[in-house]
Design a protein around this ligand. Structure first.
Ligand code: NAD
Ligand code: ISE
Length: 340
């Protein structure tokens, strides 16, 4: 039997996830959709899927066994709490929520329920290149990781809709999460440096340089540039005591012509991470069919939210801003310090 899924939010990524759930992956079907823009939900609904008037009606529907949240970040909390109250597994696109208080409310609801129901859309953890990079670091032959350089470049962002806070509270969350996961470490402080602005983004504060300090004493530098024009360029390089390990360039045909020798760069996140999104849903479907969740958890979403909050404080203060996490509930595994 296929997992019967309801999708909340049928914009860019909602449509892409509906495509993969209906046309690419097996074991799942999209039986219901909702969007505050009903016409968008109707256009995105696969044949036979019901278009619900409200997220609450979709979550409550007996036809829906599990939910995929692809609405805007500020709407996630209410929708997550609704899914947890209904005991339904839920995949939630990043960011989990948009404030520490909201993250704690979701964590309290899930821990009171007593079983993981929430998986957060940090798809980089499912990317084969990132998984191989982590395997090298975890194997230990390069010694302790000291520095990690994360480069996050978007070709462009929607003018007027993408604000100067968003490099820090929308885009950075991916780098924060992948750093914690790659280094098996927690982030304890955040600094932000702002160089001269790119003329490509008008008034937008872009690029942004972020320094993440970890509990073990490593430092992560994150370049966020959201208007580079030439493509979606994601890089990562870990400097360890005895060597370095880096993400490879993506395989692409090598074209030689009168301009020289070159390889194409992905246009956007849909292209760069297409296999990673497929894999995160493959693993989610298996877990959701068992009534639970896997991979990035509410705890990881909470950690990324704290980093985003600290980064927003740091850009104003110009100082190193601390990240103070609560004690980790047992539901989310062993605290990193205790595991080391
Ligand atoms: P979008 O604006 O294209 O689509 C969002 C949709 O949600 C819109 O159709 C909007 O009408 C709908 N919506 C908003 N509030 C709603 C509510 N309360 N109930 C129902 N529908 C609602 O945005 P997008 O680019 O698709 O992003 C959606 C989410 O996915 C965001 O949280 C974003 O950060 C995340 N995202 C993640 C990735 C990734 O790489 N993992 C990439 C892009 C977007
Ligand atoms: C977008 O929401 C994503 O999640 C993309 O992965 C990221 O690269 C982009 O900057 C965000 O706006």
């Amino acid at each position: 039997m296929s997992l019967r899924i309801g999708v909340l939010g049928t914009g860019m990524i909602g449509q892409d996830h509906i495509r993969r759930l209906t046309q690419v992956l097996s074991g799942a079907e999209v039986v219901a959709v909702n969007d505050i823009d009903r016409s968008r939900a109707e256009a995105a609904a696969p044949q036979g899927a019901k278009v619900h008037d409200t997220p609450q009606a979709l979550i409550a529907s007996d036809a829906v066994e599990a939910v995929v949240i692809c609405s805007w970040g500020p709407a996630h909390e209410e929708q997550l709490l609704g899914c947890i109250a209904a005991g339904k597994p839920v995949f939630c696109e990043k960011p989990l929520v948009t404030s520490e208080a909201a993250a704690l409310r979701v964590m309290e609801a899930e821990t009171a329920f007593g079983r993981r129901l929430v998986q957060v859309g940090f798809m980089r953890r499912f990317d084969a290149d990132y998984r191989r990079l982590k395997a090298v670091i975890d194997a230990g032959s390069l010694g302790a990781p000291l520095l990690y350089r994360s480069v996050h470049r978007n070709a462009s962002v929607p003018a007027g809709l993408y604000t100067s806070e968003m490099p820090l509270n929308d885009t950075l969350v991916h780098d924060a999460d992948i750093s914690r996961w790659l280094l098996s470490d927690e982030i304890t402080g955040v600094e932000v440096r702002v160089p001269r602005r790119s003329s490509r983004g008008g008034d937008l504060r872009d690029p942004t340089l972020v320094l993440l300090h970890t509990a073990a004493g490593a430092i992560v530098s994150v370049e966020i540039s959201v208007n580079v024009g030439y493509g979606y360029d994601i890089r990562g390089e870990v400097s360890c005591e005895d060597g370095i390990a880096a993400l490879p360039n993506r395989p692409a045909p090598v074209v030689s012509d009168r301009h020289g020798i070159r390889q194409a760069i992905p246009e956007d996140w849909r292209e760069r991470f297409i296999e990673a999104y497929d894999q995160e849903f493959r693993e989610w479907i298996v877990a959701a069919r068992a009534g639970t969740a896997t991979g990035p958890s509410t705890w990881d979403g909470y950690a990324a939210t704290l980093v985003a909050d600290a980064a927003l404080r740091a850009v104003d203060s110009g100082r190193l801003e601390p990240v103070r996490m609560r004690g980790k509930p047992a539901l989310y595994g062993t605290p990193i310090a205790a595991a080391a």
